[in-house]
Ligand binder design. Structure first.
Ligand code: RFL
Ligand code: PHB
Length: 390
């Protein structure tokens, strides 16, 4: 097989890139090691920045999102038995966020690609990348029991943190920046209407909790847990008990319970791989960088990477120029590091650390009070949360 751009991974990054290239008449093939049903059901992110929403809408992907997505104009912070609303509308001049599940975006993108005759090969195996330094790179893999090869002009690694693209770059060409955190997030998807109109981020004496949602009938809740915990240790009763304790720190507010549809534990990590380009291989999304989910930035950074990349590949194919391709890594990393800082900052401010003493505790509370009471500090949180653009 031959195509112009070979894309590894059918997450939001790979699928959106394939769609954006198609709109510029640039051919691509996407390969994915999971099944279509699996990627369409995988529960992950829920918050889209205004810029991500605009990009999806401008490229014909906004129809269902506009109908079913929830527009939010702020978030609530809870600590010290107090509640404070960060008003995005006022603080950012009318910007907001849209709550729409990542798997809904994946469903919409797969439908759009297939409707346009796009090729997505699911359930591939043993993927390897070759000739990356050459003019003729290629991807090899097993598909339907057959050894298959795609030769292409460029290979784009959109295969997430555990994919094979990043490890295909020689280690001496990479610089890795990394932090792991002494806690994980336990998340549940629940059949229950939201207990609040907006997301609630709570820093309680028992640890962090987040009340989020997917629709008017489905909610998503998270609690900080130990990084060594396994999900079998957490019965539904135990999870609800912790959620009530951590979120109900405001008089009279109650969390609505419902049937638990899905539950899982996610480790918390900050990770950046520099460079994001090696020869004919370009990395995008989680393949190149990871943020802890407290800032809701991961999927938005993946979307912004592929926006840069589609513009760069369009310039290369349509105008025979390589300026944007050459600058790709640098252009992305500026935004990535802003997202990394914001996510690290939100995580540090809102979680309980195992060794935390009274001094650190007081500093966290001082910071939360400052963020809530200073117009400048509130505006900074709001500007970053809705998406800071360079
Ligand atoms: P993905 O979504 O991981 O997709 C990578 C795809 O590549 C496939 N793959 C391979 N395919 C072929 N060959 C191989 N060798 C392959 N290896 C892997 C995988 O099966 C998969 O289909 O990466 P992408 O596209 O870069 O997208 C990134 C986002 O998924 C991620 O950043 C977000 O989910 C992070 N995130 C959040 N981001 C937000 O912007 N807002 C949020 O509110 C938010 N909340 C979250 C999150 C992530 C979470 N978890 C579970 C990590 C909440 C959580 C709990
Ligand atoms: C989610 O709804 O899954 C979600 C929302 C906000 C976050 C992280 C996850 O910061």
């Amino acid at each position: 097989m031959h195509t112009q751009v070979g894309i590894v991974g059918a997450g939001p990054a790979g699928l959106l890139l394939s769609h954006l290239l198609h709109l510029q008449n640039i051919e691509s093939i996407v390969i994915e090691n999971c099944s279509r049903a699996y990627v369409e059901r995988r529960v992950r992110a829920g918050v889209l920045e205004q810029g991500s929403v605009n990009l999806l809408m401008q490229n014909g992907l906004g129809e269902r999102m506009q109908r079913e997505g929830l527009q939010h104009h702020g978030i609530e912070l809870r600590f010290d038995n107090k509640s404070h609303r960060i008003n995005f509308d006022e603080l950012t001049g009318g910007k907001g966020i849209t709550v729409y599940g990542q798997q809904e975006i994946v469903i919409d993108l797969i439908a759009a690609r297939l409707a346009a005759g796009g090729e997505i090969l699911f359930e591939v195996d043993e993927v390897s990348l070759h000739n990356l330094e050459d003019a003729n790179p290629y991807i090899e893999f097993q598909h339907d029991g057959e050894q298959t090869r795609i030769s292409c002009d460029f290979i784009i690694g959109c295969d997430g943190f555990h994919g094979i693209s990043r490890p295909s770059i020689p280690v001496e060409s990479l610089k890795i920046f990394e932090r792991s955190y002494p806690f994980s997030w336990l998340g549940i998807l629940v059949e229950a209407p939201p207990s609040s109109e907006e997301l609630i981020y709570a820093s309680s004496p028992d640890g962090f909790a987040l009340h989020s949602m997917r629709s008017t009938t489905v909610t998503r809740n998270y609690i900080q847990c130990s990084p060594d915990d396994v999900i079998d240790q957490w019965s539904d009763d135990k999870i609800w008990h912790e959620l009530h304790r951590r979120l109900e720190i405001i008089d009279g507010w109650q969390l609505k319970e419902g049937k638990v549809l899905e539950k899982g534990i996610t480790p918390m990590r900050s990770f950046v791989c520099e460079t994001m380009q090696y020869g004919k291989l370009f990395l995008a999304g989680d393949a190149a960088h990871i943020v802890p989910p407290t800032g809701a930035k991961g999927m938005n950074l993946a979307i912004s990477d592929v926006n840069f990349l589609s513009l760069a590949l369009t310039e290369w194919y349509l105008d025979s120029k390589d300026q944007k391709l050459t600058n790709y890594s640098e252009d992305c990393l500026r935004r990535v590091w802003r997202g990394e800082h914001f996510s690290w900052w939100m995580t540090s401010m809102l979680h309980r650390f195992p060794e935390q003493d009274g001094f650190q505790q007081k500093l966290q509370t001082a910071e939360l009070n400052y963020v809530c009471n200073s117009a400048a500090a509130s505006a900074s949180l709001a500007e970053n949360y809705v998406g800071y653009h360079f």
